[in-house]
Write a protein that binds this ligand. Sequence first.
Ligand SMILES: [Fe+2]
Length: 413
Amino acid sequence: MTANTKPSVPMDSELMEQHLEKLSTELSQCYEQIMLLYNLSTNMNLDQSNATYLQLACDQLTQLVPVEGIAIFLEKKSDSMKRLVLSAGSGLVAFDPMMADILQMHLTAELTAGKEALLDSQVDRPFKYAWPDQVRNILTVPLGPADKMMGFLVATNIVNKPDFDSTDVKLFNSVANQCAVFIENGRLFSDLKELFIGSLKALTNSIDAKDQYTRGHSERVAMISRWIAEHLREIRPLPEKQIHYIYLAGLLHDIGKIGVAETVLRKQGKLTDEERSIILAHPRIGASILSEIPQMRDIIPGVLHHHERYDGQGYPEGLCGEEIPFGARIIALADAFDAMTSRRVYRDAMSIRRALTEVEKGIGSQFDPIVARAFLDSPIDQLWKMIQDGFIETWNYSNFEEYGTKAVGALIR
Ligand SMILES: [Fe+2]
């Protein structure tokens, strides 16, 4: 031992115990924080809405850091104006849209000044900013990078200690980053989906346009098929994914006509045997085109069998009753209904009343009774109006959920 080295003092056992206990608490908190972030990353399922994921983030965060109020506000664009919308949370009071704007302004100022968050409290000193009366302390972190902020996460009045600390700031920032990644992934996914559906529509429109009397036919068949599938849900369970496949199969049902000459499609007189066989081949050609695309595998049965009849008198395979894939039975009805109510080169469009009578007559012979009954029992007036208005894009999804219910409740309260 050199002269400068101090002798080590053995730690008092009571002190050691306290030290160990503190260390163990910190470790356990650290573990819980890691588990929270792990849960959020493993729950990044893009099938769920933003509201569901953001609500999960708020709920899990408040289990770890109890607060009186928590919320996530997101920027939404409407009529070229940006506004902040309460998208998830619970228990937050007195934060109306105007207060949210003020909060975002203060947060931006703090971030510009090099801070990680807006942390304001009246525990040791007066508030830096003016807050509603109920607020004792407040922590706000951005969703996304400061220059591309898509919203923010805010919490008020921490419960188990006097004030938020730097560990809370770090945890809130990590959770907000996870939320931002989820939202951004969702946006990319939805852009891709739009691009995909847009490309399919462009393709089917070009096929429908070969004959002026079938313009818009594929989109209408897709929409009517989805309408029927949605109403069948009242009778039998039908997952959203399957409804989407039925919609896509409806959109692409006539893709096999891509190789059929316009002269054949537009021909007014009787078809020759060869022309007839070309037309009859379109379901198989369509299925064969789609078989090249692995992601389209599930919609092939709907395309291949959309001209089968319930009594087995259809084509290409003459399948009968339940042998016909379920989606194809729906598309067959949608296709026939649109054909009946559209003008053709050889006849005028049927009235809606007459077309519905024809559907009724075709139950059990041309059409599946359950599918046809669900269609006839649905509010056809609404569907007919949508078809006539061309309101294909404003479909009101029955399972659509934009904002968390808890958040909306908090806003009202
Ligand atoms: Fe067809």
